[in-house]
Write a protein that binds this ligand. Structure first.
Ligand code: AHG
Ligand code: MN
Ligand code: MN
Ligand code: MN
Length: 321
């Protein structure tokens, strides 16, 4: 089976980016190990602190963030990082050529129930003019991302990665510690009859989202003329992995609640990396008002509505106005 290094070289990734990815993934392997230890290592449960987004931090949120922060800061390749679990941008090496944004642990409400969780990341070039602690360089649209991916800590640990030459899936071979290519150029089926949304938020959705979901629920007796199935892992990595593997539409749509009226997911740490992976696999990723990857961020922790997955189903959803 092909190794990660060799696939990255075939995709024309520069050596420094390959080395950075290997460093980042070394951190993810450590997270994978710690996650798998669970209660034995005392890593489950919550801390007493909240992150900048007002979420109570799980112990594994903090541990995963620290692992990635340490390994990236020490690597030399990274000028600065931004993380869901850090209030501000963290400056690393003034001579580093890359910026890394990450959600160190996605789906952390799943940690205590031994269910799917993962790490989501994206990498852009660091501008020469940038001071290491300057947040403005992170405010680039997703179209500037040079590599994005996630590591899913599931029954097996898997990596989905794109450098703009298709999306590839790798599986961690724990016997020798390497990621091996298990699906090259994964393609999201263009049609689907599976959707993914937290329906408990229905009363907060826009009218167009209400109508779209109502038509899916009406099944073969409604205007869509076919039955749909619903799946919700409660971790975006898990839901997006399913969409990459067998198609589907995933929504965390515009949500009418204050303060941000945007939905739950963060543009830098969740929406953009997933949008890049999905687009590179032939799917669509939209906010409902345009392509996710073209959103110009105004703040590092900004949230955006997310509608992504199988091309024809996303188009069908976007046709509801
Ligand atoms: P995080 O654990 O990084 O804060 O992200 C959780 C997100 C995302 O993974 C998932 O799609 C969504 O929250 C689930 O939210 P609810 O089920 O609470 O709506
Ligand atoms: Mn969180
Ligand atoms: Mn998350
Ligand atoms: Mn998280």
């Amino acid at each position: 089976m092909k190794r990660l290094n060799s696939q990255l070289q075939d995709d024309g990734a520069p050596m420094e980016l390959i080395l950075l990815l290997r460093t980042l993934l070394a951190g993810c392997k450590e997270i994978s190990f710690r996650v798998s230890q669970g209660a034995l290592a005392g890593v489950l449960g919550s801390t007493l602190s909240e992150n900048v987004q007002g979420e109570t931090q799980k112990k594994l949120d903090v541990i995963s963030n620290q692992i990635l922060k340490d390994i990236l800061s020490e690597s030399g390749y990274v000028k600065a990082i931004s993380s869901e679990e850090e209030d501000d941008v963290v400056g690393c090496n003034p001579n580093g050529n890359y910026l890394v944004s990450f959600d160190p642990l996605d789906g952390s409400s799943n940690t205590d129930i031994n269910s799917l969780i993962g790490t989501i990341f994206s990498i852009t070039h660091a501008p020469q003019w940038m001071e290491p602690d300057d947040p403005s360089a992170f405010l680039q649209p997703g179209t500037q991302i040079v590599a994005a991916g996630y590591v899913l800590y599931g029954p097996s640990t898997m990596l989905a990665l794109t450098t703009g030459k298709g999306t590839h899936l790798y599986t961690l071979d724990k016997t020798h510690g390497g990621f091996l290519l298990t699906t090259a150029n994964v393609k999201v089926p263009v049609q689907t009859s599976e959707y993914s949304i937290n329906a408990s938020n229905q009363r907060h959705w826009l009218g167009s989202t209400q109508e779209y979901i109502a038509d899916l629920l009406a099944g073969s007796e409604g205007p869509r003329g076919k039955d749909f199935n619903m799946r919700w892992v409660a971790a975006m990595v898990g839901d997006i992995h399913r969409v990459l593997c067998r198609g589907g539409i995933f929504l965390y749509p515009f949500d009418n609640r204050e303060p941000e009226k945007a939905g739950k997911l963060r543009l830098l740490y969740e929406a953009n990396p997933m949008a890049f992976l999905i687009e590179q696999a032939g799917g669509l990723a939209d906010t409902g008002a345009g392509r996710i990857m073209e959103v110009m961020p105004e703040a590092i922790h900004q949230r955006v509505p997310v509608i992504l997955g199988s091309k024809e189903e996303v188009e069908a959803c976007l046709a509801y106005k």
